[in-house]
Design a protein around this ligand. Structure first.
Ligand SMILES: *[C@@H]1O[C@H](CO)[C@@H](O)[C@H](O)[C@H]1NC(C)=O
Ligand SMILES: *[C@@H]1O[C@H](CO)[C@@H](O)[C@H](O)[C@H]1NC(C)=O
Ligand SMILES: *[C@@H]1O[C@H](CO)[C@@H](O)[C@H](O)[C@H]1NC(C)=O
Ligand SMILES: *[C@@H]1O[C@H](CO)[C@@H](O)[C@H](O)[C@H]1NC(C)=O
Ligand SMILES: *[C@@H]1O[C@H](CO)[C@@H](O)[C@H](O)[C@H]1NC(C)=O
Ligand SMILES: *[C@@H]1O[C@H](CO)[C@@H](O)[C@H](O)[C@H]1NC(C)=O
Length: 371
């Protein structure tokens, strides 16, 4: 597929989007967002401080991120007590991973990364240094698993088996370290880690020739680049998203336009992809004929959250139309009368699920925040 090359030189235009839709009223988007968050909170289980304790723990990390993003955008204080309650309970040592010692130090590096990013948002909103302290603990914990013994570095994903250098762990760490740098005046420590992480990731081979990121690397017991190869596994939307967040933070840290140019190439590859954006609507490839369990439903919102962040960093706000079109499509097709959203934004509502709902809330917040 050569499609991405059409977009890569200038990353200016994409043509498969509807452009005739009328601009919705901000108050309608705000109402829709509040309603979707209320529906999201029907999953909340106060005794455990989790949204749907029957599904993966990291989902609560991204649900927390979503309500805090809403808080930051609107100035609402409605969810801060819930956020603090969630953190106070969930920072206890994990029943299934006592080696982690609590404070979100989990059995996979990515699970810790989601929570650490939410904690940084909580620190931004409250100024309470406990949250910054926890995020720093989490960074130090994750960094222990940056292993130079194969493929010249990179984070491994699974802590129990010390294996699999994958994309999500590494792009989350990029975003976490760059965000720490940007929140700590005078910092050089986290900037160094973030730059080192980017240098490694950018030359790891995980970004393929179409400017899309595959799931990870083969696991060879070697440093040799001829065997440390991209494993060509799934192109999940969330990997394309989180890297955008990291690159925007690195641009903020350094002023180097190259980070935004690379971010645009990746974003354009998603927006212009016939499989990831058929008809201009973001689509997780796993959700069609290849079901991928509950995880996959949450990925699209993670992409949209970071695409909105990139869009705000660009003077021409070139992704506004894509975000708006996705929101309108999702609202008209995938919502039910109680403000629950389905997993495929082009299709009718297909059942209530935490990942689907967090994705919908994230897209609504991305739209609400459009300049
Ligand atoms: C700061 O956050 C921690 C963790 O949620 C909480 O226990 C503490 O009371 C907070 N401090 C203040 C001054 O609000
Ligand atoms: C980070 O610091 C180490 C140790 O001082 C240094 O060797 C390395 O070059 C630095 N990395 C970057 C990307 O600046
Ligand atoms: C890879 O390189 C590191 C030093 O950069 C070294 O410690 C490690 O032993 C090497 N791994 C292999 C498999 O040779
Ligand atoms: C991944 O795909 C590329 C391009 O088709 C190919 O060159 C490479 O050998 C593949 N890698 C693996 C590990 O199969
Ligand atoms: C990524 O690596 C490529 C190839 O080495 C280089 O040309 C490019 O400038 C790097 N991108 C960034 C944003 O550092
Ligand atoms: C929307 O879906 C939820 C979850 O399945 C259900 O409880 C609710 O009744 C539905 N609302 C309407 C208006 O159909």
């Amino acid at each position: 597929m050569k499609l991405a090359r059409l977009f890569s030189p200038s990353c200016l235009l994409f043509s498969n989007l509807a452009t005739s839709l009328s601009v919705p009223q901000p108050s309608a988007i705000l109402d829709a967002t509040q309603a979707a968050i209320n529906a999201l909170n029907t999953f909340y289980d106060k005794p455990t401080g989790r949204w749907d304790p029957t599904v993966n723990w990291w989902y609560s990390g991204i649900a927390l991120q979503a309500i805090l993003d809403y808080t930051q955008l609107t100035g609402s204080r409605d969810y801060l007590a819930q956020a603090q309650h969630t953190i106070d309970i969930q920072r206890a040592p994990l029943a299934w991973w006592p080696d982690g010692m609590g404070d979100f130090r989990a059995d996979s590096t990515d699970d810790t990364g989601w929570w650490a990013l939410a904690l940084l948002r909580m620190y931004e909103l409250t100024g309470n240094s406990t949250y910054l302290y926890i995020a720093k603990e989490d960074e130090a914990y994750i960094y222990q698993y940056w292993l130079p013994d194969t493929c010249k570095g990179g984070l491994i994903w699974s802590i129990p088996s010390l294996s699999y250098k994958n994309a999500i762990s590494n792009v989350l760490y990029l975003e976490l370290t760059a965000s720490l740098h940007n929140l700590i005046p005078g910092d050089t420590f986290y900037l160094n880690r973030s730059l080192s992480q980017w240098q490694w990731f950018n030359s790891s081979g995980m970004i393929n020739s179409q400017w899309l990121i595959n799931d990870g690397l083969l696991d060879p017991q070697s440093n040799d680049s001829s065997v440390c190869l991209n494993n060509n596994a799934s192109v999940w939307t969330y990997n394309q998203g989180v890297v955008l967040g990291g690159l925007v933070e690195l641009h903020k840290a350094t002023g180097d336009q190259g980070y935004l140019d690379t971010a645009c190439k990746i974003a354009d590859a998603v927006v212009g992809s016939l499989t990831l954006s058929p008809g201009g609507i973001l689509t997780e490839t796993c959700t069609d004929s290849n079901p991928c369990g509950t995880n996959g439903w949450s990925f699209k919102g993670i992409f949209m959250n970071r695409l909105a962040k990139l869009n705000k960093a660009l003077p021409d706000r070139r992704y506004s139309e894509y975000i708006r079109t996705n929101e309108q499509t999702m609202y008209s097709n995938a919502r039910n009368g109680s403000d629950f959203y389905g997993g495929v934004w082009q299709n009718p509502f297909d059942g209530r699920d935490l990942g689907k709902q967090v994705s919908a809330v994230s897209l609504l917040i991305a739209t609400l925040g459009l300049p």
